[in-house]
Design a protein around this ligand. Structure first.
Ligand SMILES: Cc1ncc(COP(=O)(O)O)c(C=O)c1O
Length: 358
């Protein structure tokens, strides 16, 4: 993770942007603490995330929130915790704005520029629920108490082009509302350390800051923790099905639900690749609970370890106990030292489903 934080800090220094870690990717305490030396704060999506962010930052950083799901009864506490809130809709802003006057409020804008073929990840898909249609804001102007604009439009993006096009699309709105804008939040979705053109990114940020005299924030999640983290599993059964080798693991897509959601196989650290086709399957009852078909050096045997890599983002945070299998144990790896941080238990499972005597 340090390599990503160092790269992000270098981009921050060169461009003058402010860096928030989007804690939805992995809100693990040790991860949040490690980011502290590099970030200007955290970005959050809910009251619970905001509370965790506040506990870790202890007043020493910004907390930005945007969500379609803000609840009226949470506003009082959100107003105390958050420094910046971007309303997801004009309706949300009109209903809740007066309860959040102590916060620097912005609007999430939907620029209506799609860069993704798969609309499961596309915030700019038709009939999107994410952000206020830019055309509505161009027609009616920004509400007077809005100090910032937020947009987030891409997914695991390594090129600066979408950012260039989006900022070009925003020029009119930014220019017409220059006098009231204090900040712009460019969201996450870019794998910033792997960007194809650092100098183009730096030029964009510098131009925004110079032209509109605003603070510019980025709020990556996956760019911080995506290429870190391992899922260590063990083979607990092997057999053939329709002539193919199946290895059943003591893990499942419960522990990395995006494998099933997006039908994307995680990369493998061990064993070595080779010529033997093997289906690595999870141990839940779901027929599609399969990590994928891999070509490995040998057909795994019961007891062999299978280690998936680059699973840091959106895995633990989406993990569940479907079928009564525990959440994964969590270990912290520091050089060669390995600390056992967390273990799920039957007591926690029982408690989750216990409805009490009443
Ligand atoms: C508003 C917003 N900001 C930031 C992020 C973080 O995105 P990523 O982890 O792809 O950088 C997300 C992800 O869904 C998001 O919706």
């Amino acid at each position: 993770m340090a390599h990503n934080l160092i790269a992000l800090a270098a981009l921050k220094r060169a461009s003058g942007c402010k860096l928030l870690y989007s804690i939805k990717a992995l809100p693990l305490q040790a991860v949040l603490e490690q980011t502290l030396a590099y970030v200007d704060g955290f970005s959050v999506s809910s009251l619970f995330e905001a509370r965790v962010a506040a506990a870790i930052l202890a007043g020493a950083g910004d907390i930005h929130l945007t969500t379609p799901g803000m609840r009226v009864d949470e506003c009082e506490e959100l107003a105390q915790i958050c420094t910046h809130i971007s309303f997801n809709s004009l309706s949300q802003q009109q209903r809740l704005g007066s309860k959040l006057e102590s916060v620097s409020c912005g609007l999430r804008v939907n620029p209506k520029l799609s860069f993704l073929d798969d609309n499961r990840f596309d915030p700019c898909r038709p009939v999107s629920k994410l952000g206020v249609d830019i055309r509505a804001l161009e027609q009616r102007g920004l509400p007077t108490n809005i100090q910032g604009l937020h947009w987030h439009t891409v997914f695991s993006c390594k090129t600066v082009k979408p950012m260039q096009k989006t900022i070009a699309r925003m020029q009119g709105l930014l220019t017409n509302n220059r006098s009231q804008l204090q900040w712009i939040n460019l969201g996450g979705g870019y794998l910033y350390p792997q960007l194809n053109d650092y100098s183009a990114f730096i030029a964009l940020i510098q131009a925004l800051r110079r032209q509109f005299k605003v603070d510019v924030f980025i709020e990556p999640g996956k760019a911080v923790v995506g290429d870190v983290g391992f899922l260590v599993s063990e083979v607990i059964d092997c057999f053939e099905s329709d002539g193919k080798n199946i290895a059943v693991l003591d893990s499942s897509v419960n522990q990395h639900p995006e494998v099933f959601e997006y039908q994307k196989s995680p990369a493998i650290l061990s064993p070595e690749p080779g010529e033997q086709a093997v289906v690595l399957a999870g141990s839940s009852c779901l027929a599609g609970d399969v990590f994928g078909e891999y070509d490995l050096a040998h057909v795994p045997k019961i007891g062999d370890k299978i280690i998936f890599k680059d699973v840091g983002a959106y895995s633990l945070v989406k993990a569940n106990r479907f079928n009564g299998y525990p959440l994964p144990d969590i270990y912290g790896l520091n050089g060669k030292a390995c600390a056992h941080w967390k273990q799920d238990s039957y007591a926690a499972f029982y408690q989750q489903w216990n409805t009490g005597d009443g």
